[in-house]
Design a protein around this ligand. Structure first.
Ligand SMILES: Cc1cc2nc3c(=O)[nH]c(=O)nc-3n(C[C@H](O)[C@H](O)[C@H](O)COP(=O)(O)OP(=O)(O)OC[C@H]3O[C@@H](n4cnc5c(N)ncnc54)[C@H](O)[C@@H]3O)c2cc1C
Length: 385
């Protein structure tokens, strides 16, 4: 067995680390509204985007046939991990590529929506969550009915990221009269379609807003249907895998930075005449964090590599999503504890990291849902080894 990253992946990791250290970490202290700003100002963002294009990493999550960098899962993972050591400019690394649009979309739909999104001309949003069904997606109620040759959508969505500025929305609906997993169907709704509106902003703990969406007799033609009617369930499965690995990679990146800060601070800060690093209580927090991060990295790289080889990784994906999102919470919390008051204030990035990691246990499959997947595979499918 060889647990080292492949040589090329290691070089990529080092390149991104140098880029993040030189170009992005300094922005953490120089940007206005620094603890909360998600978007970089245009004059700062554009030159950085150019540098990321020059590194060949623009739209790295998207396949080459739609203009992406087509990075393998393991390489993508290490880039995201390194990028998330910094709180500034995280949006630079995400292209809002939607696998479901790539997998089910016609050539016309890809040309109209996906290619310009990959070039950075505009972006979309994906809307599946509803007030009465989000974790339990088979319970969605937003309906689609064909009347006189036109699709009529009715219902509402909530917690939708990027919706305010999106040019189009990928909407998960159900064919009228169907229940649970039957009849689930994706549509592409242009933001200026009559009957569609963006509602209230739903502020989130980490500063990136989400929105309510409404569909009131929203008429769309067949050209907006994604795939076939009823083909929606399961169409996003591979996307979920990728999404879960990426959340895990983000969790490791954030935890790594907080851990590095914890170690440095413990060496510098003296109380009662001695450095914090000399106290067993502090040493144990550092040791537990190093162990947590090491275990997470092994699990995530292993799952990413296996998925890349085409192996069945459903259980591993659920394990890593649950373990790493909870791990990041533990490590950030310890880092805050070691820093005392400064960890709670905007003197450091720790309070921002604390807020950033909390949503990870809820979106893209909550910790409870992930444990259910693992348990199901153990008890129902007998995968107990
Ligand atoms: C920051 C953020 C961004 C988001 N962006 C988007 C987006 O762009 N598009 C979109 O469509 N959605 C988005 N969401 C919504 C997200 O997908 C849902 O919040 C998530 O699926 C959980 O659904 P819920 O909030 O309704 O919780 P629920 O499903 O109501 O669950 C509530 C709690 O109960 C637990 N629970 C539920 N069922 C069980 C069970 N059977 N056994 C044990 N425990 C259970 C859950 O684990 C959870 O802890 C976003 C959410 C967040 C936080």
């Amino acid at each position: 067995m060889d647990f080292d990253l492949p040589e090329e992946t290691r070089m990529l990791k080092d390149t991104i680390r140098r880029f993040v250290d030189a170009e992005l970490i300094p922005l953490e202290t120089s940007l206005p509204d620094r603890p909360n700003s998600y978007e970089l100002p245009k004059d700062v963002r554009e030159p950085l985007e150019k540098k990321i294009r020059d590194l060949g990493l623009w739209a790295m999550d998207a396949p080459e046939d739609v203009g992406g960098a087509g990075l393998g899962l393991l390489d993508h993972c290490v880039v995201i991990e390194e990028a998330h050591r910094c709180t500034a400019g995280r949006g630079l690394w995400s292209s809002l590529f939607f696998p479901v649009l790539h997998n089910l979309g016609s050539e016309e739909q890809k040309t109209k929506y996906l290619l310009p999104s990959m070039r950075g001309e505009f972006h979309g949003a994906a809307a599946f969550s509803e007030p009465n069904a989000a974790g339990d997606l088979a319970g969605i109620q937003t309906s689609a009915e064909k009347v006189d040759g036109v699709w009529v959508l009715n219902g509402s969505k909530c917690w939708i990221s990027h919706a305010k500025t999106a040019r189009y929305i990928l909407v998960l609906t159900r064919l009228k009269g169907t229940a649970r997993h039957e009849g689930i169907t994706w549509f592409i709704v242009d933001a200026d379609t009559e009957g569609f509106s963006v509602g209230r902003e739903q502020k989130m703990i980490h500063g990136q807003p989400t929105y309510e969406l409404f569909f009131n007799d929203c008429h769309v033609s067949d050209s907006q249907l994604l795939g076939e009617p009823g083909q929606g369930w399961g169409a996003g499965e591979t996307a979920l895998y990728r999404g879960r690995v990426m959340i895990s990679a983000r969790a490791i990146g954030i935890a790594q930075r907080c851990y590095e800060m914890m170690v440095e601070y413990a060496k510098e800060r003296h109380t009662f005449g001695k450095p914090l690093s000399s106290r067993q209580a502090i040493q144990w927090m550092v040791a537990d964090s190093a162990t947590d991060i090491h275990a997470s990295r092994l699990m995530v790289y292993d799952a990413a590599w296996r998925a890349q080889q085409g192996q069945e990784v459903r259980t591993q994906m659920a394990m890593i999503k649950m373990f790493t999102s909870e791990m990041a919470g533990r490590v950030v919390d310890r880092a805050v504890q070691v820093h005392g008051a400064s960890g709670l204030s905007d003197e450091t990035i720790l309070e921002r990291c604390y807020r950033d990691v909390r949503p990870m246990r809820i979106y893209e499959g909550s910790s409870e849902a992930m444990r259910s997947v693992v348990a199901k595979n153990i008890f129902q499918e007998g995968r107990n080894r």
